[in-house]
Ligand binder design. Structure first.
Ligand code: PLP
Ligand code: COI
Length: 361
């Protein structure tokens, strides 16, 4: 337990008319609420100065280590408004645990899980008016930690800051739950063995941007990364985990091999599918297996999943040599859509929450 108390400095809030206009069509990651959380850390003093302050620029010395060596980690989770007006966060303690796993890999300090969850509550409470109530809308929370010691030596910083900002969110992909095309990145990798692939650190996303540009130029919404050693074993997408569905109802998803993120949506879907009696195989799976399975009819659906993407059906996989997989009219698949309905039903409070995943704010 941390007994650190939060101080609050109230912001000049955006006028209701402006907020309502934003909430009517928030998009993803374009607008921010009135406040943010900041907690400082020093090697000698630990975590201190927990604050809720007006959202705005943060002072940053040009020698701050995050700017030079990328010592940064982040998280993503959502708060949902239920029909009775109450607000819940989805499994925030899982994000807290994963933040600490990322912190260990990036030599950043760990934050007590309970302090992380309390910080989420502080921000959502003060900015509760920003939690939208429209279909598929939520308040996306972006906790992150940066090393902000000013020095140029290459070593783990002795000063860091944990922050949370919040952004009202609609769909990550425009066009509703339309099946997307994804691009198989050849040569350009996201992660390698022993690297930072399993950590949620900015560097992994920086390395995904060039292949994402190539994907976009080829009409694809996301990049599929494979193991850099085999170029066939599937890791994950730039910002999502991947599932394949067999005709017999078995789900296949790449095992946590040290190169991919331990997705909370992935974990939740494994549980929900298991509850329904589906077999779920967490193992190495290849692009060749996917291609051949679709060709012989044994693989019938594929979807991407993550906090931002929720569950997004995949229509086709393309690469340098052309179309590799095309589900055509079969996408979106029935199991994809029914798992999506079940998960979002729990999150939005229209279904029972059998595993106690909702944290009431
Ligand atoms: N993989 C990557 C690279 C991601 O950025 C994300 C998004 O957070 C995920 C997977 C899915 O993780 P989660 O379901 O916890 O959002
Ligand atoms: C999330 O789903 O929370 C992510 O971090 C993905 C991000 C690329 C938007």
């Amino acid at each position: 337990m941390s007994d650190l108390a939060f101080t609050r400095t109230d912001a000049t809030r955006k006028p209701q008319s402006e907020r309502d206009a934003i909430l009517a069509d928030p998009g993803f990651g374009n607008h921010f609420t009135d406040h943010m959380v900041s907690i400082a850390w020093t090697k000698d003093g630990g975590w201190h100065d927990a604050e809720v302050v007006p959202y705005g620029p943060i002072p940053m010395d040009p020698a701050s280590s995050v700017l030079h060596y990328g010592q940064e980690i982040f998280e993503g989770l959502k708060a949902y408004r239920h029909a009775d007006g109450s607000i819940v966060a989805f499994r925030p303690e899982e994000n807290a645990r994963r933040l600490n796993e990322s912190a260990r890999r990036l030599a950043l300090p760990e934050l007590p899980v309970e302090l992380f969850v309390r910080a989420v509550h502080e921000l959502v409470e003060v900015d509760a008016d920003w939690v939208p109530s429209g279909a598929d809308q939520s308040l996306y929370l972006r906790p992150f930690m940066i090393a902000d010691e000013s020095f140029l030596g290459v070593r783990a910083a002795h000063r860091a800051r944990f922050m949370i900002i919040a952004s009202p969110a609609g769909a990550y992909f425009t066009g509703g739950v339309k099946p997307v095309s994804i691009w198989l990145s050849s040569e350009l990798a996201r992660a390698g063995h022993g690297g930072t692939g399993a950590a949620k650190c900015g560097g992994n996303y920086a390395s995904s941007l060039l292949p994402t540009n190539i994907a976009a130029a080829n009409g694809c919404a996301q990049v599929l990364f494979t193991d850099s050693a085999t170029e066939d074993t599937i890791d994950e997408l730039g910002g999502m985990n991947l599932f394949l569905v067999r005709a017999d109802g078995t789900l296949i998803t790449p095992a946590l091999n040290g190169n991919i993120l331990d997705g909370i949506t992935r974990k939740s879907l494994i549980r929900l599918a298991g509850d329904r009696g589906h077999a779920v195989e967490e193992r190495a799976v290849t692009v060749s297996e996917w291609r051949d399975g679709v060709a012989d009819g044994s693989i019938v659906e594929a979807f991407a999943c993550g906090t931002a993407a929720v569950i997004t059906p995949i229509a086709r996989l393309k690469g340098e040599a052309g179309t590799i997989v095309d589900f055509g009219e079969a996408a979106p698949g029935a199991l994809t859509m029914s798992l999506r309905e079940e998960l979002t039903g729990i999150q939005f409070g229209v279904r029972e929450d059998p595993h106690g995943w909702l944290d009431v704010i």
